[in-house]
Ligand binder design. Structure first.
Ligand code: SF4
Length: 342
């Protein structure tokens, strides 16, 4: 384990290198006197009637309130709050009686928001075949579909890292030698608790041939991780950066709304796009269904290194989740190909 030597000594975290000590006893004593009054105030409030407060931006800003399932129970499906983007006061509309997305007056909207409401009304997809063909023209075969999973910690675990820097510990890679050809798959999963950066860089270079076209969904994330690896390993820098240079973003046609389904509810996230276009493919029933859950699962694996059964189960779920992400890209590309021929 290559711990960040700047913060550890003999495997033990040196807290004084991360935090400064400050005596706050006086401030605490000053405030202690107020605590009694505050507790009395809270008790009085709790013994009274439930406050009648309307829902508003405060329900989710800065954090989602735990009472939303109660206060928002009358908000219908496909409500005005599904409107993506900024510029329209959806709470004002709701309080004026406009509860459903499809009922938002069109003259209040423009651009993507107008398109979202129009398609919610018509239940029709937007397809721009010419632009989809132009996107397809940017791809070359063999074509690789790449997705990373990462973790990040407040305390940088390894040398040369910043707090909350993403560390890639897993990837899934599908590839095809020609359009519509056999689909191949490989994957990498680091040993939990071990610095994965060198091994993952080496495996990437082994698995992705030089000059190959690589698709990622929201490529800045994958490209960012590869650039960090390139900085860390100067002898691999050129080859790693060439992967970045040959990356194409599969989100582009969806972001440009050259392909848009009303079911996406204005989102371009792969979690929204996939079920909108690929029947039967969803993340909903997966044990691990998003990047945060994968991050949590990785930490869980680090903690249960001596429990092989538990370890194997989490590992299997993690591999399934990451594989689903690249398979989703393969299926979405097939949808783009089909729609481009319309
Ligand atoms: S959801 Fe929370 S913040 Fe929103 S009205 Fe209810 S209690 Fe207040």
């Amino acid at each position: 384990m290559h711990l960040n030597t700047s913060y550890y000594r003999n495997g033990t975290l040196e807290f004084d290198k991360l935090f400064t000590r400050q005596n706050v006893t006086e401030e605490v004593l000053e405030r202690q006197a107020d605590s009694k009054n505050e507790i009395a105030r809270q008790k009085l409030m709790l013994s009274g009637k439930m406050p009648d407060i309307a829902i508003g931006p405060w329900c989710s800003d800065p954090y989602e309130c735990d009472f939303m399932c109660h206060c928002w129970k009358d908000v219908p499906e496909d409500s005005v709050f599904d409107l993506a983007g900024k510029g329209v006061d959806t709470f004002k509309l709701y309080n004026q009686g406009v509860e459903k997305l499809k009922d938002i007056p069109l003259d209040l909207l423009k651009g993507n928001q107008l398109q979202q409401v129009e398609t919610a009304r018509s239940k029709k997809n937007v397809v721009n075949p010419k632009q989809l063909r132009e996107f397809l023209d940017t791809l070359r075969y063999p074509l690789y579909f790449l997705d990373f999973e990462t973790f990040m910690d407040a305390i940088p675990p390894y040398d040369g890292m910043k707090p909350f820097q993403h560390v890639p510990f897993q990837y899934s890679l599908h590839w095809q030698k020609k359009a519509g050809g056999t689909l191949y798959h490989t994957e990498y999963f680091a040993k939990p608790g071990v610095d994965p950066r060198k091994e993952i860089a080496e495996r990437l270079l082994k698995d992705i041939p030089e000059g190959a076209c690589v698709l990622a969904y929201w490529k800045s994330f994958e490209a960012g991780r590869i650039k960090e690896l390139a900085e860390l390993f100067p002898n691999k820098r050129k080859r790693l950066l060439s992967i970045v240079d040959n990356m194409v973003d599969l989100i582009d046609p969806f972001k440009a709304r050259d392909l848009y389904s009303w079911k996406q509810k204005g989102s371009h996230s792969i979690k929204a796009v996939l079920p909108a276009f690929v029947k039967g493919m969803t993340y909903e029933d997966m044990e691990i269904g998003d990047g945060s859950a994968a991050m949590e699962a990785y930490h869980q694996m680090c903690d249960c290194a001596d429990k092989p059964k538990e370890l194997a189960k989490v590992r299997k779920n993690m591999l399934e989740y990451c594989k689903q992400d690249t398979l989703a890209m393969v299926r979405l590309l097939e949808v783009i190909e089909k729609m481009s021929a319309k």
